[in-house]
Design a protein around this ligand. Structure first.
Ligand SMILES: Nc1ncnc2c1ncn2[C@@H]1O[C@H](COP(=O)(O)OP(=O)(O)OP(=O)(O)O)[C@@H](O)[C@H]1O
Ligand SMILES: [Mg+2]
Length: 577
C-alpha cells in the first residue's frame, strides 16, 4: 500500500473536514487582500476628497476582514491537524499490522533502531507535513500570487517593482536560513551525541561504579555539554539576527518604493496617496510567505525522505503461510526431521541434511558444541522459518504452517535467551491468551516451584516486573519462562539451554522443576553441556549443522565418540562455556 494512496483514501473518507479546510485556505488568501484595498478606498475616495461619511463603516469592514482571516487561520489549523492525525493513526495502524506479518528474517536483517525510527521519527515527519508543510506551503504560495495580482491591478509600474524585489528577498532570506539550518543540524548532532552518551552511561553504570570510573564519566561528559552549549549560543545569535535583517530589508524596500514615486525620480508613476498606503501594506505582507516558503520547502524534502522509508517498510515482503488444517497422521513420532537443510541468509547452509525423530513421550537431548546448530533446529521446530529443503513435522503438522491457535497448545518452548516484557507476572505467562485462566497460571507457577517466591511479592502474581519495576533473579526468570511454556499443558516441551548460566543449586532446582512437569510429555532438551540434558532417553549429537552421533546415553558412553569424550571431560570437572 503506497502512502500517497493512503492519503487519498483518508481524504475520501473525510470529505467534510477536507472541504472546510479548502474553504479556510481560500478565505485566508482572499481576506489578506481586502485590508489594503479598503485602506486605498478610504484614502483616495474619502479622506482625499474630504468625505467622512462612511469611513467608519469601511473601518469596521477592515476590522472584520482582519478578524475573519484569523478565524480562517484558526479553522485551517484545526482541520489540518484533524486530517493529519487521522493519517498518522492510519499509518501507525498499518505499520504495526505489517510488523506482525513480517517474517522473522526481516528482524534478522534490520537493526531494531532503524525500524524504531521509522515508527517514530518518520511518522512524526509525515505529521509535520500537515502541521507545517503542504497546506501552509499552498497558503503561502497563493498569498504571494494574490499580492502580485493585486499590485498588478493597482499599478503597472508598482507591479514591475514588486517583481524585481521578490528575488532579492528570496536570496537574502535563503542565505540566512541556510546558516540557521546548518547550525540547527549541528545542534541536533551534538544533542544526539550527548543523549547516546547518557544512555550508554546509564546502561553501564554498574560497571563504571565497580571499576571506580565515576570521575572519568563526568570528565568525558563535560566536553559534550560544552560543545552543545557553544552551538546553542550560535543558533540563538542567528535566531536573534535573522528577524532584524528582514525588518531592515523591509524598511529599505518600502523607503525606496516611496523615493521611486517622488516627482524627482518618478520611476513609479500614477501612484495616488491611497495606492501608496495600500502598496506599503501589501509589500509588508509579501515578506512572511516568502520566508516561510523556503522553510516549508525544506520540510517537504525531509518529509519525502521519511515517506520513502515508510513506503519501503510497508512494501516489505510479507510472510505467506498457507495454514495447513489437515495433519498427516504418523502416530508414533511427535517430531520428525527428514533430510532438512537450512540457511538463514545467502551465506550458506547452517543445517546439512539433518534427520532425526522423537518418539511420543520420550525425553531426547540435542547436544553439541556452541554454534553447531542446536538453536537453529529449535527455531525450525518452533515454526519461525520454513525448512529450506526437507520435511519437518511436529505432532503431525508442519510447524511453519500449523494453525496458530494450535501451536501453543502443542508445543511449549523455553528459548535460549530470556526475553522479558514489562508487565504483570500473570500477563507475562499468558501473553494475553484469554483462554488461559488465572488458576492455570497459579498451577503452572506451582508446577515449576516458583509459586512461593511469587506469593512473597507485593501484588503476588499481579506484581509488575520489568525495567524499572520489581525484578526477578535470572534463575527465577528461567522458571517463569518454563511456567509460560507449560501453562497450556502442551504434550511437547522444547527447552533450549535451560540451565546455562546458573549456579549448581538453581540448576538443580530447575532440573527438579523440569522433571516434575515432564511426566507424560515429549521433551527435547538442548544443551552444550551434558549435565544439562535431564535424564535423556535418547541423545542426538550435533556438530557443524549435522547429526554426527545418536543413541541411548549409556551406549554412547561406550562408543569412543564425541559424547564419550565430552562426558569424560565433564566428569573431570571441565565445562565448556
Ligand atoms: N539469525 C541468524 N542469522 C544468521 N546466522 C545465524 C542466525 N542465528 C544463528 N546463526 C548461525 O547459525 C549457526 C548455528 O547457530 P545456533 O544458534 O543454532 O547454534 P547453537 O548450537 O544453538 O549454539 P549455542 O550452543 O551457542 O547456543 C552459527 O554459526 C550462527 O552464527
Ligand atoms: Mg543455541
Amino acid at each position: 500500500m503506497k502512502i500517497t494512496r493512503l492519503f487519498w483514501d483518508i481524504c475520501k473518507k473525510n470529505p467534510i473536514p477536507l472541504i472546510l479546510l479548502i474553504v479556510s485556505v481560500v478565505g485566508i488568501v482572499a481576506l489578506q487582500l481586502v485590508p489594503p484595498q479598503i485602506l486605498k478606498t478610504i484614502v483616495d475616495d474619502y479622506l482625499d476628497k474630504g468625505i467622512y461619511d462612511g469611513v467608519t463603516t469601511l473601518a469596521v469592514i477592515y476590522l472584520v476582514a482582519v478578524l475573519a482571516s484569523y478565524i480562517c487561520e484558526f479553522f485551517k489549523t484545526i482541520f489540518t491537524t484533524y486530517i493529519g492525525q487521522k493519517a498518522i493513526l492510519e499509518i501507525r495502524y498499518r505499520m504495526s499490522e505489517k510488523l506482525a506479518r513480517l517474517p522473522i528474517r526481516y528482524y534478522n536483517k534490520n537493526a531494531a533502531g532503524d525500524v524504531m525510527s521509522r515508527f517514530t521519527q518518520d511518522v512524526e515527519a509525515v505529521n509535520t507535513m500537515f502541521s507545517d508543510g503542504l497546506v501552509n506551503m499552498a497558503v503561502d504560495l497563493f498569498k504571494i500570487i494574490g499580492i502580485i495580482v493585486s499590485v498588478f491591478i493597482m499599478n503597472k509600474s508598482l507591479f514591475v517593482y514588486t517583481l524585481l524585489i521578490i528575488p532579492a528577498v528570496v536570496v537574502i532570506s535563503n542565505a540566512f536560513r541556510k546558516r540557521v539550518y546548518a547550525a540547527q543540524l549541528q545542534l541536533r548532532k551534538a544533542m544526539g551525541k550527548m543523549n547516546s552518551f547518557i544512555q550508554e552511561a546509564f546502561s553501564g553504570l554498574r560497571l563504571f561504579k565497580i571499576f571506580g570510573h565515576e570521575n572519568r564519566l563526568s570528565r568525558a561528559f563535560n566536553p559534550l555539554v560544552d560543545e552543545q552549549i557553544g552551538i546553542r549560543r550560535k543558533v540563538n545569535r542567528m535566531d536573534a539576527i535573522f528577524p532584524c535583517v528582514m525588518q531592515i530589508l523591509k524598511a529599505i524596500i518600502i523607503c525606496s518604493f516611496v523615493v521611486l514615486t517622488t516627482k524627482e525620480v518618478n520611476l513609479i508613476v500614477g501612484v495616488t496617496v491611497g495606492t501608496l498606503a495600500a502598496a506599503i501594506d501589501l509589500l509588508g505582507r509579501l515578506f512572511a510567505p516568502i520566508e516561510e516558503l523556503a522553510t516549508e520547502f525544506q520540510t517537504i524534502q525531509q518529509v519525502f525522505a521519511a515517506f520513502n522509508r515508510i513506503n519501503e517498510f510497508l512494501s516489505e515482503e510479507e510472510e505467506t503461510r498457507v495454514i495447513n488444517e489437515e495433519s498427516v497422521k504418523d502416530g508414533e513420532n511427535d517430531i520428525l526431521f527428514q533430510n532438512v537443510s537450512f540457511a538463514y541468509d545467502d551465506n550458506g547452509d547452517i543445517l546439512h541434511d539433518v534427520s532425526f525423530k522423537v518418539k511420543r513421550r520420550l525425553k531426547v537431548a540435542l547436544v553439541g558444541r556452541t554454534g553447531s546448530g542446536k538453536t537453529t533446529i529449535l527455531n525450525l521446530l518452533a515454526g519461525l522459518y520454513p525448512a529450506g529443503i526437507g520435511n519437518i513435522t511436529i505432532c503431525d503438522y508442519d510447524p511453519f504452517t500449523m494453525p496458530v491457535e494450535l501451536r501453543r497448545r502443542v508445543i511449549g518452548i523455553v528459548p535460549q535467551t530470556v526475553t522479558t516484557f514489562t508487565g504483570k507476572i500473570v500477563d507475562i505467562i499468558t501473553l494475553g491468551d484469554e483462554q488461559i485462566s488465572e488458576n492455570d497460571v497459579i498451577e503452572a507457577l506451582k508446577a515449576v516451584g516458583l509459586y512461593e517466591d511469587i506469593e512473597k511479592l507485593p501484588e503476588k502474581h499481579n506484581t509488575v516486573i520489568g525495567e524499572g519495576e520489581s525484578n526477578l533473579s535470572f534463575g527465577q526468570m528461567q522458571l517463569l519462562t518454563l511456567a509460560r511454556a507449560i501453562v497450556t499443558n502442551p504434550p511437547i516441551l522444547l527447552l533450549d539451554e535451560l540451565t546455562s548460566g546458573l549456579d549448581a543449586v538453581t540448576e538443580a532446582q530447575i532440573l527438579k522443576a523440569v522433571k516434575s512437569v515432564s511426566e507424560n510429555r515429549t521433551i527435547v532438551t538442548i544443551s552444550h553441556r551434558l549435565s544439562g540434558i535431564i535424564d535423556a532417553d535418547y541423545v542426538y549429537v550435533c556438530s557443524h549443522g549435522k547429526i554426527v552421533e545418536e543413541g541411548k546415553p549409556d551406549e554412547l558412553v561406550k562408543n569412543n565418540g564425541w559424547y564419550a569424550k565430552y562426558k569424560q571431560l565433564e566428569d573431570m570437572g571441565w565445562q565448556a562455556s
